[in-house]
Design a protein around this ligand. Structure first.
Ligand code: 13P
Ligand code: SF4
Length: 335
């Protein structure tokens, strides 16, 4: 009879994880996933995994996986009383705001985000005072305090749609904090930054550094290449690609098309997952690691399950109540 560990190795191998084990060989990974899944069940917890996490986390221990919109939505529909968020802090905070009765944890103290750190609630108050009457449309990559000062939250999956709805009733909007995403959306909607859309100077440390000049080089080298980029990339790069969107949209694009090869201009975990999900498709490598996302490992998840107290995510009730209004507005307008 096979041991539990041998069965786990078999399960992970069937998922393709034996071809990609950054945390050691497949037996070490299997020993970790086995123990994490056992403790998770014992504690009545679900693991939410963003698509930038390593595949060992998404496929080995993840219960809910996807982009930031899907995870926020799935979390509020999950009956589990405990959520372990394998993603960055603002995502876990959003889950806590939407589900105050649930216990929410992040396995790392370093799971921040450069966009979230780019703007404070005091900055938003000043923007509102400088542009009276304009609604504040805020990317989900922000703190609970910034969300509390906002009118509507968006993610990369619904920002275009929600901005269109906002422009039906407003001549101009404030869009924070990603200057590239704001400029990319403005271009898509035919709006002028500084006049129709007031931007902030934030950027993602991962996406801002992709070099637009490389896209043409890749196209020459790989004929028939489909180039997909996350909406946080610089506008010069976005002008050169075939598709701009959030991670959910990018995955659906790969699934529904048949290009000779795909270049995925985003965090590396996304490409690793796409390779495992679509083994028959070709992927050309160009990616960057997010140090915040990658601060979460199987070891850190196991440590959290053994001693959760230090990693609990909390949001003051008055901030949570105001932030919840702007997140609920997103669900209403994205529907
Ligand atoms: P998505 O909502 O597209 O998953 O993006 C989240 C993120 O942090 C991108 O850098
Ligand atoms: Fe933040 Fe960029 Fe990392 Fe996404 S990839 S979590 S935007 S730093």
């Amino acid at each position: 009879m096979m041991s539990d560990l041998e069965n786990e190795v078999k399960r992970l191998t069937a998922l393709g994880l034996h071809r990609r084990c950054v945390e050691g060989d497949i037996s070490r990974v299997a020993a970790l996933t086995l123990e994490i899944n056992r403790l998770k069940k014992e504690r009545g917890a679900v693991v939410c995994a963003h698509v930038y996490q390593a595949p060992d986390i998404i496929l080995g221990i993840g219960d809910l996986a996807g982009d930031s919109y899907k995870l926020a939505d799935d979390c509020r529909k999950s009956p589990a009383g405990t959520v372990i968020f394998c993603g960055v802090h603002f995502m876990a905070e959003t889950a806590k705001i939407l589900n105050p009765e649930k216990k929410v944890y992040v396995p790392s103290n370093n799971a921040g985000c450069s966009l979230s750190e780019a703007i404070t609630a005091a900055d938003v108050k000043k923007l509102k005072a400088d542009h009276p009457g304009l609604p504040v449309v805020t990317y989900i990559n922000t703190s609970a305090e910034v969300k509390a000062e906002s009118d509507c939250i968006v993610t990369s999956a619904n920002a275009g749609k929600i901005l269109r709805r906002m422009y039906e009733a407003n001549k101009a909007v404030i869009f924070i904090p990603d200057r590239f995403m704001g400029a990319n959306l403005a271009r898509e909607l035919g709006k002028t930054p500084g006049r129709d859309i007031i931007l902030w100077n934030g950027a993602c440390v991962v996406h801002e550094k992709f070099d637009p000049a490389l896209v043409e080089l890749y196209r020459r080298k790989y004929p028939g290449l489909a180039v997909l980029a996350h909406a946080e990339c610089p506008s010069e790069l976005i002008k050169a690609v075939d598709f701009m969107g959030g991670t959910g949209d990018m995955m659906r694009y790969v699934e529904s098309t048949n290009a000779a090869a795909y270049l995925l201009v985003t965090e590396c975990g996304f490409g690793e997952l796409a390779r495992l999900r679509f083994p028959g498709k070709n992927f050309v490598a160009m990616c960057r690691l997010c140090p915040y996302m990658k601060s979460i490992t199987l070891d850190s998840v196991l440590a959290l399950l053994r001693d959760p107290a230090a990693r609990e995510v909390t949001v003051p009730a008055d901030v949570a109540a105001r932030a919840k209004n702007s997140i609920e507005k997103m669900f209403e307008l994205a529907a």
